[in-house]
Structures are given as C-alpha cells and as structure tokens.
Design a protein around this ligand. Sequence first.
Ligand code: ZN
Ligand code: ZN
Length: 371
Amino acid sequence: MKSVAVFPSRRELALLERPLPRLASPHDVVLKIRDVGVCGTDKEICRFDYGTPPRGDEFLVLGHEAVAEVVEVGSSVRTVKSGDLVVPTVRRPCVHETCVPCRADAQDFCTTGEFVERGISGAHGFMTEFVLEHATNLRPIAPELADVAVLVEPLTIAEKALLQLHHLQQRLPWTCSIDANAKERWCHTVLVLGAGPVGLLGAMAFRAAGYRAFVYSREGQDSDKARIVRAIGAEYVAADDVPIERLRATLGNIDVVYEAVGASSLAFQAIHQLGQNGVFVFTGVPGRKAPIAVDTDRLMRDLVLKNQVMLGTVNAGKEAFDAAIRDLGQFMIRWPDAVRALITRHPVSTFKELLEHGGTGIKNVLTFGAS
Ligand SMILES: [Zn+2]
Ligand SMILES: [Zn+2]
C-alpha cells in the first residue's frame, strides 16, 4: 500500500510501498483511509524541524487529521463494525505509572512529555491506504458527515479550548441572561485572531456556543475567508481597516481572545485588547524568531486588575473529539456551504507539492478515495 513518509536522517519526503496491516490483537481495527488533512505541523515535519520515526524505523508516515472506514475488526471489538466511518484520535499515553493524566485517559495533559503522537512523534500517521488502530482510539462518525469529517481533528483545538474556558469561568458568574425578544442573542464576545482553518473552525465553534464572534485577519472584506466569516453570523475585521490597538475601542468589551495565527508579536499586541475577567487562549506554536519587546508592566497590571487568564492549549482528548463531532453536525445544519468551502481535496500523487509548498485551499486534504 502507498504511504507518504519522511526520512529525517536523509531529509527526504517520499511515497513508500508498505505491506498491508493485519489484525494483531482482538482489540484491533483495520481502517481504510479516505481523507487526511494537511496542516502546519505536517509542513514543519517536512522541513525537518521535528518529527520522530517509531523506534526501529528510519521513516515516519505523516498525517494526523484523518477520516477512515472500518474494514476489519478484532474479535473483542464491540464499539465499531465493518463499514462504519471513524476519526482516530492522535495522542497515545506515556507508559509512566506516575503520570496521573495519562493513567486517567487524559494524555493531552501528559506530565512526562513521553507520549506518542501518530504522524508526529514515535508512531506512524494516517497518510497511507490502510491503518491498524486500537478500537478505543476511534470516534464514530455519522454517514452524513463523511465528506467534512476531516475537519474533526483541527476542530478539536477549539473544542478543547471551549471545554477549558467553561471550567475556568466557573470562577465567576458567567451564565447568560438573554432577553427572549432580543434580535441578536449572545452574552460573550470572542475575538478570533487569524482566518486559517483553526481560526475559522474556532469562530464556528464559538458561534455555536452562543458567542458574538469577530475574526481579525489580513485579507480584505471581499476575500473568501471574509465571506465564510459572514456566512456563519460572525463579523470580519480586516487588519487594514482596524489597527490592532483599536480593536477594543471599535468592538467593545472582549471576553475571550482565541489566538490562531502562531505569531507571538501579533498575539502580544492583541493581549492588551482583552477585557475584564477575560481569557486569552493561545493555540499557535510559533517558530523561533528574534525576541520581541513586550510591555510587561502593562501586561501584569491588566492580568491582576482585570482578573485575566492566559491559557495555552495543545492536542485534545476524547471529550473534545466527541464535542467536535457533535458541533460539526450542528455546523452542517446551520452553515453547510461555509463548512464545505473550507475543504479542498487533492489526489495523493500531489503530496510533494502540497507538503512542501502548500495548496490553494483553506484546509487542503489528501484524498485516498472512498471505498
Ligand atoms: Zn494538524
Ligand atoms: Zn503521560
């Protein structure tokens, strides 16, 4: 079977021919991959910034954003059956008995850093025709979500953030009382920084959770991204129209900033726009650039005097995957065209171009074909 893989020691990206996987335990499932999303992480692995092959292998099969069809199940598997559609989770727990989160099925909070991530670190990914996976790592997908379920994994970033936010804001009265006759119904405002797939999916998730949402990005008001933002009932703010330091004055109080650009300079400029009792959520992983100057006195004053929180969030647990699947179903009822507009499919033969240079779509997807 064909697999897209990197050889870090040779700094090479290649299409490999590998043997088909076979059931190895009664809990195993064989999956036929349909779609695999390409994201910044994959591109960084292809630039050999990181990415670790499994022990004993010279190569790492890429891909962690997948939709697949179950084709064979082990004798003990009851949760899925042949023909079902699934999305696999990405991170596997570390082996340390002392790692409380991993032992509690919350490996996204692993304390040792010795977790394994499929397609990223220590385990092969999903850019391959067939995959072997333990049944507990699969989340079932309704057939009507088949063509958009490749968005589930990137959507888990926002879902985990929302789950964390919900816990955090228990620290104050945070419930809404909305006038039943109000034309617009929201009680909290989120500013999403960036209109890439993480930003747009984040805006959708916050809209579905009842937030008034603003998306701030470089593109003009007539761009496809701005149109998608408006289609989901959010407001698009072009960077050329409103300078970052005017955001709060222009938009009103901002309860949450959801950073989805991965640029620390922009994030730390925007941090001063966060309002009273606000939470600033970082999701990006910036590359190492030259240090920037930050007004730490102002930052610390705001954090204390406005009860603010800075929250970083990585990866996602099963709860966030299930929330993403549920929300994606809602998005498809409310904004099916906007959701579909995020996805651009490419045949596997174009993997090199896509991984080394990127594609034209918002979420570029390598498709291994339906069954
Ligand atoms: Zn990704
Ligand atoms: Zn752990």
